[in-house]
Write a protein that binds this ligand. Structure first.
Ligand SMILES: Nc1ncnc2c1ncn2[C@@H]1O[C@H](COP(=O)(O)OP(=O)(O)OP(=O)(O)O)[C@@H](O)[C@H]1O
Ligand SMILES: O=C(O)[C@H](O)CO
Length: 457
């Protein structure tokens, strides 16, 4: 492994360590006698547990089991019971909280079962119940609760299959997570803050780890515990924007149409009394990971530039943007002096056109490699890593992939075509063949993606 790749891996590991949800919770939440004290930047809360007869821990997301472990270590027997839905392979043995593993990114029966049980638990919660919700990215897929309506003309029951087909169409069309979740919220019985209405009159403290650019609470895990800023009209406009009329299941289109006509109640809106009972606490985001990566880069001797936590757009376009910056730094050192490390975070999208296997980070590394292959200076001074902090980039077992000039040679030697692999969205098989995938396994955290470029002197 070339030295710069080792450095990029160290920076990524440091970033993961900083956003370990266990540490984020135990460092900011403590129990003093019967008082639960929470302090995250400007969010401070104090709750007297003796005022409640029971404490329930609920939630969903790739990082939620690790958050649950932290709460168990802090609260011990104070937790009455709990239920979390996490992605397969993301469970953690817990004592008071049951952890169910469910399908992601396409929801499955396990998720439906967990969502149903969570809905039942919150419906039964009264004013003597304190609910602690642990919400993290992935929660949308892990808590599928298809809306069910009794209309004068007969029942309208969305099925798991409807949700699965809608999810597949949304993930492939290039829509960003705000758009995807706008639709998810309007066809769910718990998302878009509908969980809050089921939970009233119980009080809730909701710990939220952001995997969404801009950290909008109504987007993370489709805003289970947040009021919703989006509307049925916007959901319908997204269907039209991505021409999903033929791909969206008939039941979904019908639900959205009825919503636009005002025949279905909107998601929970700002000012709804149910929102008054909930405190939403953002425990971490991409910024923390980016900061840790920068600190490590500095300690390894690089002059470091943190570009943004909000890199979005098509992966292959973002790769060109980062490549342009790398070339600028090589030539002018205007942004930062060499040896340089340029770091960005965010979440891009991939509009799937091919039948291959990959993820948005692997696709970005492949598109970066395409630029390296065209470089007149042969790019021996530029090294790149793009990786997802949850450890699973797209439906693959890799977190991301590396790129450097040496890989262009390796690909040629292996008879691989960068352009053909890009055309097929087949980045996984490409990097697997040349042994340059980054594999971490499930990291139990989730704060979007990191992209890091080293420019050597
Ligand atoms: N062959 C492929 N090449 C590139 N990207 C792909 C490919 N197949 C799927 N994807 C992308 O993978 C993404 C879904 O995978 P992933 O589970 O990593 O998403 P996620 O955003 O991390 O999930 P969540 O936000 O729910 O935590 C989609 O953006 C999809 O476009
Ligand atoms: O679950 C989801 O909706 C995404 O991961 C964004 O939080």
């Amino acid at each position: 492994m070339p030295r710069p790749f080792e450095h990029l891996t160290q920076m990524f590991q440091a970033a993961l360590d900083r956003v370990d949800p266990y540490k984020m919770i135990v460092n900011h939440v403590r129990l003093e006698g019967s008082r639960l004290l929470v302090s995250f930047e400007d969010e401070r809360h104090e709750v007297d547990l003796d005022r409640f007869e029971r404490v329930l821990v609920l939630g969903a997301g790739k990082a939620s089991a690790r958050m649950g472990k932290a709460l168990e270590d802090i609260l011990g027997d104070r937790i009455h019971s709990g239920l979390l839905s996490v992605k397969y392979g993301h469970a953690e043995p817990l004592k008071h909280i049951e952890v169910v593993e469910s399908g992601h990114p396409t929801p499955d029966e396990q998720g439906v079962g967990a969502a149903q049980r969570i809905a039942d638990l919150v419906r039964a919660a009264d004013a003597k119940t304190l609910v602690l919700n642990l919400v993290s990215g992935g929660g949308s897929a892990l808590l599928p609760c298809p809306i069910s309506l009794d209309l004068p003309e007969g029942p309208l029951r969305l099925t798991l299959e409807d949700k699965q087909n809608m999810t597949r169409a949304l993930l492939a069309c290039g829509a960003d997570i705000g758009e995807i979740n706008c639709i998810r919220k309007h066809i769910s019985a718990v998302k878009g803050g509908r969980l809050l209405k089921l939970m009233a009159p119980a009080r809730s403290l909701n710990f939220i780890l952001s995997d969404v650019v801009g950290d909008r609470l109504d987007t993370i895990a489709s805003g289970l515990t947040s009021h919703d800023e989006t509307t049925f009209e916007e959901a319908m406009a997204i269907i039209e924007k991505y021409q999903l009329q033929d791909k969206a299941p008939a039941n979904v289109l019908r639900t959205l149409e009825l919503g636009v006509q005002g025949r279905i109640e909107e998601t929970t809106k700002p000012g709804d009394p149910a929102t008054e009972l909930a405190s939403n606490i953002l425990i971490g985001s991409n910024q923390a990971a980016l900061t840790a990566a920068c600190e490590t880069a500095r300690s390894l001797g690089y002059n470091t530039a943190a570009l943004t936590c909000a890199l979005t757009g098509e992966s292959r376009e973002a790769a060109k943007f980062l490549w342009g910056i790398a070339k600028d730094v090589r030539k002018t050192e205007l942004l930062v002096k060499k040896p340089a490390c340029i770091i960005a975070g965010g979440e891009t999208v991939v509009t799937l056109k091919g039948e291959g296997k990959g993820g948005r980070n692997q696709e970005m590394a492949l598109a970066f490699l395409a630029e390296l292959a065209r470089d007149e200076l042969k790019g021996a001074d530029i090294f790149f890593l793009s990786a997802s902090t949850d450890g699973t980039d797209g439906p693959t077992d890799a977190a991301g992939a590396f790129a450097s000039a040496e890989l262009v040679e390796m690909a040629h030697a292996a008879g691989l075509s960068i352009n053909a692999s890009l055309r097929d969205n087949d980045s996984y098989h490409f990097f697997e063949r040349i042994g340059r995938l980054l594999k971490t396994g499930p990291t139990m955290t989730n704060v979007c993606d990191l992209h890091m470029v080293i420019v050597s002197p």
